[in-house]
Write a protein that binds this ligand. Structure first.
Ligand code: ADP
Length: 577
């Protein structure tokens, strides 16, 4: 399953809306560039009238005067073009910033199940390659398209003003330009979309292989991964080749299209002069315009191509918005803190149920351990209890309200899932903490750090909580990173925690040190511990034994051992080990 891709119309509508949001800056840029273009258009016009006046006889002073005017025109053009270009870049950055914020919002609100099903490659491709492509066009393309379009339009007007007859010759290349663009455009976007998909596939295969290198080695999957990569590369190669061919045809049409008018004008202009329909100076001016406009047309065509690439990327970026949310807040409020699972079922893939009608009532303040063989569905149940995924059947409720009917923020203040995977986000320590609660005050953050035993080392840093961490900043030890994650929990302050110990990455020394921080966080809360080691279960108030997606036993440790069932057997074999 892939993430959706927006259609052409949606991309257009969104681009128009983005431009409309920056209407004033846009108008300013167009005005500045128009002034610059006007100044540059004065040059051929003055040269043309110079030709005519020299033919008719003129003075040295008059020629010198025109020279000075030419210099002034060039200077004016340079200044307006410079300022205009600067404003255009500012505009590009503004548009891109808005786009990036919207995208980030969409990405961070994607339902987790969608992300997992689509694989990391697709999303990673969109957040890297596709964003880069759009960024390049928004930063440089949008400004240049504005500049060149204004220039071309004004050049045509100036040519018509100089001599309408001669200006008709300028249009000689238009049919070729139109024909090549019409051939190219409908073929380009789908091809570029395919190319983007192919790159995303390469990304996916590579990152998944590298991230799970140990698994790949152990299961001798190397050759299979390599052939997957070769396949992805072949696909990307094919589409690169295809788009290169499209570009090659386009460029031939274009180069002819803008070389033709100059040639036509020389012959056609001579005829116009012989018929007395235009002066030599006017023909000279229009011919100079045709040469001057060539670079603008070339650049515009270049950007039209890049815009095709970018619109394919934009379609993929906007596609992320099309993912249906997996939940909708209903506005109901829980009547109490009781979390209850009723007949909960779940399947990661349709038809492969991994939970079968699990029911469970959490007792406020208790510590419940979930044990069972690997693959029994413990982590999955944990995720249901924390509201990470909506269950496929049945419901998990808090105070009578389904977890997935709560707004995300409120859900996290009821129940949170704690894994031992900890990610340090690029930013300051305070930024990392505020992820839990945006409105947290410095005092509250210090309190949170203190309660996980982290305030001392944070205060010892030169910039304290304002120290930049993560890649590019201070690199935290795994234990420090874990403490930040725990401090976030303190700020969230949920009454129930689901602790998944599945991915214990910490070395035992760090773990011992952290245990204190952790128990400070757990105190006074209901805790569901997914125990992959049985000693956790021994200390719990109740133990739930899972097997094949069902809870088969539930009760206090002693009682279950006395009962002589599954748990007693597990416990015995574990003790023998
Ligand atoms: P446990 O935590 O008891 O080891 P899990 O809840 O992780 O069990 O897994 C239960 C079943 O669901 C297993 O068969 C596992 O292969 C499958 N499963 C777990 N996570 C995923 C996933 N993201 N996509 C597909 N299947 C999954």
């Amino acid at each position: 399953m892939r993430l959706p891709v927006a259609d052409r119309r949606a991309v257009w509508a969104h681009s128009r809306r983005l431009l409309a949001d920056h209407r004033r800056a846009l108008a300013g840029v167009v005005a500045l560039q128009a002034l610059a273009a006007l100044a540059s258009l004065a040059v051929p016009w003055m040269l043309g009238s110079l030709v005519d006046s020299v033919r008719e006889g003129t003075t040295r002073e008059a020629v010198a005067q025109v020279g000075v005017l030419l210099a002034v025109a060039i200077l004016v053009q340079t200044v307006f073009a410079g300022v205009g270009q600067r404003q255009a870049m500012v505009l590009g950055e503004g548009i891109f910033a808005q786009l990036r914020e919207q995208f980030l919002h969409a990405v961070t609100h994607l339902p987790l199940s969608t992300v997992e099903r689509a694989g990391t490659g697709d999303l990673l491709g969109r957040t890297t390659n596709d964003v880069d492509r759009v960024q390049w066009v928004v930063r440089f393309g949008v400004p240049r398209v504005l500049v060149t379009s204004v220039t071309i339009l004004l050049t045509l007007l100036a040519a018509f003003a100089a001599s309408p007859w001669a200006a008709v010759g300028l249009l000689a290349g238009v049919p070729l330009l139109v024909a090549s663009a019409r051939w190219y455009l409908p073929r380009a976007t789908p091809a570029y979309l395919k190319a983007s998909e192919a790159y995303a596939a390469i990304n996916g295969v590579m990152t998944e292989t590298v991230e799970h290198a140990a698994t790949v080695d152990q299961l001798s999957l190397g050759p299979r991964r390599r052939s997957r990569l070769t396949e992805a590369l072949r696909e990307a190669w094919y589409w690169e080749d295809r788009t290169l061919y499209l570009r090659a045809v386009l460029f031939v049409g274009m180069v002819l299209g803008y070389a033709v008018p100059a040639a036509v004008l020389v012959v056609y202009g001579a005829w116009l002069v012989s018929q007395g329909l235009a002066t030599v100076g006017a023909v000279a001016a229009v011919t100079l315009y045709s040469l001057q406009v060539r670079t603008s047309i070339g650049e515009l065509m270049f950007w039209i191509d890049e815009v095709q690439v970018a619109s394919a990327s934009l379609a993929r970026i906007l596609g992320v918005n099309l993912v249906e949310p997996d939940r909708q807040a209903t506005g109901e409020t829980p009547s109490d803190d009781l979390i209850t699972a009723r007949e909960v079922g779940y399947a990661y893939r349709p038809g492969h149920e991994v939970l079968h009608g699990v029911s469970l009532d959490l007792v406020p303040g208790e510590r419940l351990a979930i044990v069972g063989p690997s693959g029994a569905g413990k982590s999955t149940l944990g995720r249901m209890l924390a509201g990470i995924h909506p269950p496929a059947g049945g419901a998990v409720t808090v105070g009578g309200v389904r977890l997935v009917d709560l707004p995300e923020e409120q859900l996290r203040s009821e129940v949170a899932l704690v894994t031992q995977e900890h990610h340090v986000f690029v930013g300051t320590i305070a930024d990392n903490l505020r992820l839990a609660r945006e409105s947290a005050s410095a005092e509250e953050m210090r309190h949170a750090l203190a309660s996980v035993d982290a305030l001392a080392w944070v205060d010892a840093l030169e910039d304290g909580m304002l120290t930049a961490v993560g890649s590019g900043g201070l690199i935290l030890t795994p234990a420090q990173a874990q403490q930040l994650a725990l401090a976030r929990l303190v700020l969230l302050d949920p009454h129930t925690l689901v602790l998944d110990e599945a991915t214990s990455l910490l070395d035992p020394r760090a773990a011992r040190h952290l245990e204190q921080s952790l128990s400070a966080v757990l105190a006074g809360r209901t805790v569901v511990a997914i125990a992959h080691r049985l000693h956790t279960a021994h200390d719990a108030d109740r133990v739930a034994v899972m097997e094949d997606g069902r809870i088969v036993e539930l009760g206090p440790h002693e009682e279950l051992v006395g009962h002589g069932g599954e748990y007693a057997a597990l416990w015995q074999s574990w003790q023998q080990d």
